[in-house]
Design a protein around this ligand. Structure first.
Ligand SMILES: Nc1ncnc2c1ncn2[C@@H]1O[C@H](COP(=O)(O)OP(=O)(O)OP(=O)(O)O)[C@@H](O)[C@H]1O
Ligand SMILES: [Mg+2]
Length: 392
């Protein structure tokens, strides 16, 4: 983790109360903090990457890097989709999409938006198991009412500057600069990914800019009515200035030319996930009930139910007019350090149960430094085991 060293670069929030550092290292720091907090909250789900360990820094002063240990996965979906001549059987499309929806439902149940669902952030093993990764852009849901295209302001409640959820998977309400975004944005992204499964890895809407992305969607689906558009006035005005395209409610039947073999139930689900108007888009829960998944319904998913994610830590990082970027960086660093220590403390209790009872627990609980060597050894042995168990 880099501590910001550059001079303060701040701007006022609309309320004039909060200073907003806009600096790359701050943004990366916040992404790391978010990632470990969210992964720690999720604990374990078969379709989400698990946080196995975070290496404990020796001391706060020496804390400059964060090492997160996850399961090793053999590939990401982009690797699979880029394989030449890819033809996925209907059973693959079903199984992949179903797992994506199970993973996203788990997040949505905890009021977490992933916000960056794309093939690169979906890991896959040769047994076709899927795990969602990369929670750097993920957020709790009551950030819903915030303009997603504002600058990333770690110190305020606005969403990111570099909130560049990859354009091709971005929902219309994001493209239109809506100040209300919710769980439906992840469903749109999964719809785009499913379309790639169905179409030999071809990207459904590969826009070259935000405007072009919108144009491509509209060319395919038709111009939305006013009440189907959710976005800022300039966003909506942009759409109104475009040449009118007659709505094509059956666009999804024409989208995959020459592929008559596509399961009609798959297309029906795709259409329900890719509704321009997010209020009409299917939810993860509803999608899992879709008859496309009838044959998978009894699939056992062994995971604990988790509570809502508390993201109030983001608010506590706010800095005021009088404070600056350096202070903000230090706050994030301290919170990261504390989170890692807390994670390791829980691990420590497990270790004590299974290992030595001779060491002095008070020393280890009170000193991060004291337990770091033991932690590193434990991580290394776990990593070795992971590699040993990895199917090739
Ligand atoms: N547990 C894992 N096992 C195997 N590969 C992984 C794992 N985690 C991540 N990867 C690979 O590393 C890539 C980047 O990881 P991730 O998406 O978590 O980080 P990122 O912030 O997007 O990084 P980058 O800026 O490099 O894209 C993934 O697209 C995937 O190919
Ligand atoms: Mg990524």
């Amino acid at each position: 983790m880099e501590t910001p060293t550059s001079p303060p670069n701040t701007s006022r929030s609309p309320e004039g109360e909060v200073h907003v550092p806009q600096n790359r290292s701050c943004i990366s720091q916040l992404r790391i903090l978010r990632e470990i907090k969210i992964l720690n909250h999720i604990k374990s789900h078969p379709n989400i990457i698990t946080l196995l360990d975070i290496i404990l820094p020796e001391t706060y002063e020496k804390f400059v890097d964060v090492y997160i240990v996850n399961q090793f996965m053999e590939a990401d979906l982009r690797d699979i989709l880029e394989t030449n001549q890819l033809v996925l059987a209907d059973s693959h499309v079903q199984y992949f999409t179903y797992q994506l929806l199970l993973g996203i439902k788990h997040l949505h149940d905890a009021d977490i938006l992933h916000r960056d669902m794309k093939p690169e952030n979906i890991l896959v093993n040769s047994d076709c198991q899927i795990r969602i990764c990369d929670f750097g852009l993920a957020r709790g849901c009551d950030f819903d009412t915030i303009n997603p295209n504002d600058e990333e302001c770690p110190a305020t409640t606005r969403l990111s500057t570099n909130y560049v959820q990859t354009r091709w998977y971005r929902a219309p309400e994001l493209l239109l600069n809506s100040d209300r975004v919710g769980k439906a944005i992840d469903i749109w992204s999964i719809g785009c990914i499913m379309a790639e499964f169905l179409n030999h890895g071809q990207i459904l809407f590969a826009g070259t800019s935000t405007q072009d992305q919108l144009c491509q969607i509209i060319q395919t689906m038709g111009t939305p009515r006013d009440d189907e558009m959710h976005g800022s006035k300039p966003g909506k005005d942009f759409v109104k200035r475009l040449e009118h395209v007659e709505p094509n409610p059956e666009w999804y039947l024409e989208c995959f030319p020459g592929q008559n073999s596509i399961n009609p139930r798959a297309l029906d689900l795709l259409n329900k996930m890719l509704q321009f108007d997010y209020t009409k888009r299917i939810t993860a829960d509803q999608a899992l009930q879709h008859d496309y998944f009838d044959s998978l319904r009894n699939l056992k998913t062994n995971h604990d139910v988790i509570g809502k994610f508390n993201h109030s830590f983001e608010r506590s990082l706010m800095v005021t007019d009088k404070e600056n970027l350096l202070l903000y960086g230090n706050k994030v660093k301290k919170m990261c350090f504390d989170t890692i220590c807390k994670f390791n403390h829980h691990q420590y209790v497990d270790d004590t149960d299974s290992q030595s009872s001779q060491e002095d627990p008070t020393f280890k609980q009170s000193s991060a430094q004291g337990s770091s060597i033991k932690r590193k050894k434990s991580v290394l042995s776990r990593v070795k085991n992971l590699f040993k168990n990895k199917k090739v």
